[in-house]
Write a protein that binds this ligand. Sequence first.
Ligand code: NCD
Length: 311
Amino acid sequence: MRHLLTLRETSESDIRFLLDTATALKEILQRPVKKVPTLRGRAMVTCFYENSTRTRTSFEMAAKIMSAEAINIAVAQSSVAKGESLKDTVRTLQALQADCLVVRHPSSGAAHFIASQVRIPVVNAGDGRHEHPTQGLLDLFTIRQIKGELQGLEVAIVGDIAHSRVARSNIWGLTRMGARVRLVGPRTLLPADVDRLPVQVYTDLRSGLEGVDVVNVLRLQTERMEKGLLPSLREYSRLFGISVQSLRVARPDVLVLHPGPMNRGVEISDEVADGACGVRSAVEEQVTNGVAVRMAVLYLLMGGGGMSGQD
Ligand code: NCD
């Protein structure tokens, strides 16, 4: 594997290999001294053209735990603000001897473009509404760890699917691993190409949640949303908000995920977010698992081992 750009283009065996590698590396996070020399002398550069708390920080933690240098480009203070093109910026980072680029960008397809411009590995940390493969992998990892396996599970992705790169990476990753995926949300927030996706569609929350093993809750991504798609936040929350009450039709051991950031009281209630009232919420475990998954990705791209595909 030379890059990690999408889960759509990642084979089942590569996904399994990444998840198994992350399982092995997660043990390091539990040690009193969280440091191994595996990637000593390598440099990862993160370049985020959109906001981020957990994704950027967990890439940085992952690199540092494995003794790689982690350098962040503050895009707002960089030469991007002087009009430098994306191509020139990433070529400059390569010329500075970066060994790996981790990029987040508002345009769908930006990660593929960057990968075509440089010789070093590129990791897509979210490109527009297209994909966010490391989030997809950490969701698969979390579900697998708690449920034992992914094969045969019924997973509902609920909310603003149209603007969500997390939804797309989940759809491709989960179905490749043998889970069934339902998309649940108002018609205005379903993607235009929904008929071509390997999913079942529900525009009613109750039927969408009936009998599911896992619910992955998404934020309304207003920064990518045209006006007029929703009557009001209150209305959305009443019809599609995930609460203890709305989870009653799911399986009794239903697992709740959310990639963050959460808008409490809109798409998810406090009780569900915090795992109160008997709800099994994995929101914080997802964050921890994100470090292990990104360690696996960086290790496989910059250091040991290799994988097929995605040249
Ligand atoms: C997601 C993203 O940026 O796509 N966040 C994340 O990486 N954890 C989801 C979101 O912004 O709602």
